[in-house]
Design a protein around this ligand. Structure first.
Ligand code: NCD
Length: 330
């Protein structure tokens, strides 16, 4: 893990390679040990929340959560995570793009420095439409920055909760077959998850399924192959569905399309329905980072293979674990 910060240097507790550091890219995870460390803590966080046990690990910490793009799950789970951990001062601002001085033309570096000065925060959680936003914020902030989604590029905390979900649902089996479906060009979740799998589960076989024009970036595909992952690319879901252990569905990312017309051409290309899912294995799972638009028919929700609501619940425990380890209170 790189990106050490001066104000909170890592001392003692060798297992915690997250302490005092930014978490801005999934590529910072380089070992299974880091994952085991974080996931076992997430299990403990789950235990506390299920028993409604308020924790006090962050009772001397100030947490700033700044979102420049819409969010339901990531925003609320980060805020709830800070609160379950006993955070007393939580400055959580959705709609930064409209309600901060960004609208007057203030730069991200100035806003980040301002938030540090005005809140004395110990950590900044940032979601922003620019690919480089978290790197830029981390460069200017003296405190750790956590990337809660940057542009089309990265969503590292989502990748952690996705992997945690796969392990909880299917165990740590080798050679899982994962089909990633939808807008693989613009979506950031599949990029971070695929990179994480290449490091901690390189025997995973990934099949990307998308409409023409929405394929995964060629650099991602070649990078995964270089790391030894078997990657296939398809347009037809039916051809590969029966093999899948995980079907990871994503939304067509309307906000990145040049026109409504372009979007309408691909909208609804793949719809997961109970009928379609008769061809899939019994013990497989369907995941989706949500929000869903029309990619999964709600009639499928009661199928035990529908893991997406369990998946979003895991976001709370993973984000609690992450805040605790970065702030050095685990
Ligand atoms: C995703 C995102 O923001 O990238 N949502 C999330 O964080 N769970 C997926 C999306 O917007 O489609």
């Amino acid at each position: 893990m790189a990106f050490n910060k001066g104000r909170k240097s890592s001392k003692g507790h060798l297992a915690n390679s997250f302490r005092g550091k930014d978490f801005i890219s999934i590529e910072q995870i380089t070992s299974q040990e880091e994952i085991n460390f974080l996931f076992s803590l997430a299990d403990k966080m789950r235990g506390a929340v299920v028993e409604k046990r308020q924790l006090n690990l962050l009772d001397d910490s100030t947490v700033a959560i700044l979102f420049y793009q819409p969010s339901t799950r990531t925003f609320t789970s980060f805020k709830a995570a800070a609160m379950w951990l006993g955070g007393q001062r939580i400055i959580a601002i959705p709609g930064m793009e409209a309600y901060s001085s960004a609208i007057k033309g203030e730069s991200l570096p100035d806003t980040i420095r301002t938030i540090e000065e005005t809140t004395r925060a110990d950590i900044i959680v940032l979601r922003h439409p620019d690919d480089q936003s978290s790197e830029i914020a981390a460069r200017y902030a003296e405190i750790p920055v956590v990337n809660a989604g940057s542009g089309k590029k990265e969503h590292p905390t989502q990748a952690l909760l996705d992997l945690y979900t796969i392990q909880r649902e299917l165990g740590g089996r080798d050679g899982l077959k994962i089909v990633m479906l939808g807008d693989l060009k613009n979506g950031r979740t599949i990029k971070s998850l695929a990179k994480l799998l290449a490091v901690v589960a390189p025997s995973t076989e990934i099949t990307f399924v998308s409409s023409p024009g929405l394929a995964a970036p060629p650099e991602l595909v070649s990078d995964l192959r270089k790391k030894g992952v078997v990657v296939q690319e398809r347009e037809n879901l039916e051809e590969v569905l029966s093999q899948a252990d995980v079907l990871y569905v994503t939304r067509i990312q309307k906000e990145w399309f040049a026109s409504q017309e372009e979007y309408l051409k691909v909208k609804g290309s793949y719809v997961i329905s109970p009928e379609l899912m008769q061809a899939a294995k019994k013990g497989m799972i369907v995941m989706h980072p949500f929000p869903r638009v029309d990619e999964i028919d709600p009639r499928f929700d009661k199928d035990p293979r529908a893991a997406y609501f369990r998946q979003m619940a895991n976001g709370l425990y993973i984000r609690m674990a992450l805040l605790a380890v970065i702030l050095g209170r685990n």
